[in-house]
Design a protein around this ligand. Structure first.
Ligand SMILES: [Zn+2]
Length: 239
């Protein structure tokens, strides 16, 4: 019985103690172990021979940023520029083929990671996916229950406009403004959940908050699609 508890704790430690994508490998060129706390910029380079190492595809690990949702965008940008310089193709024209290959891989991760992490919605979706959430197709199809009535009326007005009835235009314009305001509120709500997430250390608590965030993101996407549809129809009908 005691043994089982110990084993469980060890496993738990392994899961929690290992930063995602942060496995340490010997340098492929000089064979040195990486320094325990790699200096900036990052552990991309061997601290002993300065050779580029196989890049880690995890965006947070790649940028050496804490796994937070309310990211410091200025710091992200600073790291992006520093890494861009270090990974510039001119630096690798005379490098070994293996290092050149790593520099191309690292550049791709750098650009994708920067695009994803600097956008709050994409960043949250990335963290959700990494945490095992399924962000599949049906995520934004269902009407959020609290919006049923408004969406019903909006669709009626859209049908009128499509059949050539311009009298629906003022209602659609008003409705669009109201949904746009909702988007603003949702972004504020998301920012609050991001901070809650970052302040929660425990895995369970984070998971619960991520579930909330996923719901908010679904609602956000649904409303954004509505607003785009109203835009499209108003433009198509010269309103
Ligand atoms: Zn080395």
């Amino acid at each position: 019985m005691r043994l089982r508890i110990v084993v469980f704790r060890v496993n738990e430690l392994n899961i929690l103690g290992e930063p995602a994508g942060g496995e340490h490998h010997h340098c492929w060129r000089c064979g040195h172990d990486p320094a325990p706390e790699p200096a900036e910029p990052l552990s991309l380079f061997c601290q002993f021979c300065n050779t580029l190492q196989p890049p880690v595809p995890d965006y947070y690990a790649f940028f050496n940023l804490p796994r937070e949702l309310a990211l410091d965008l200025a710091e992200l940008q600073r790291k992006f520029y520093a890494l861009s310089r270090l990974l510039h193709p001119d630096r690798y024209t005379r490098a070994a083929e293996r290092e050149r290959k790593y520099s191309l891989e690292a550049t791709a991760i750098l650009n994708d990671g920067y695009r994803v992490l600097r956008d709050p919605v994409e960043r949250a979706e990335y963290v959700l996916k990494e945490a095992g959430f399924d962000l599949g197709e049906q995520r934004s199809r269902d009407v959020p229950p609290e919006l049923l009535e408004e969406v019903f009326e909006l669709n009626m007005a859209l049908d009128e406009l499509k059949s050539g009835d311009q009298s629906a235009v003022p209602q659609l314009v008003e409705s669009r403004a109201s949904f746009q305001q909702m988007l603003g509120e949702i972004d504020g709500e998301l920012a609050g959940q991001f901070r809650r997430h970052d302040h929660s250390e425990a895995r369970e608590a984070r998971h619960t908050i991520l579930e909330q965030i996923r719901k908010i993101l679904n609602r956000r996407r649904y409303i954004r699609n509505l607003v785009s549809e109203v835009d499209r129809q108003l433009t198509a009908h010269g309103a």
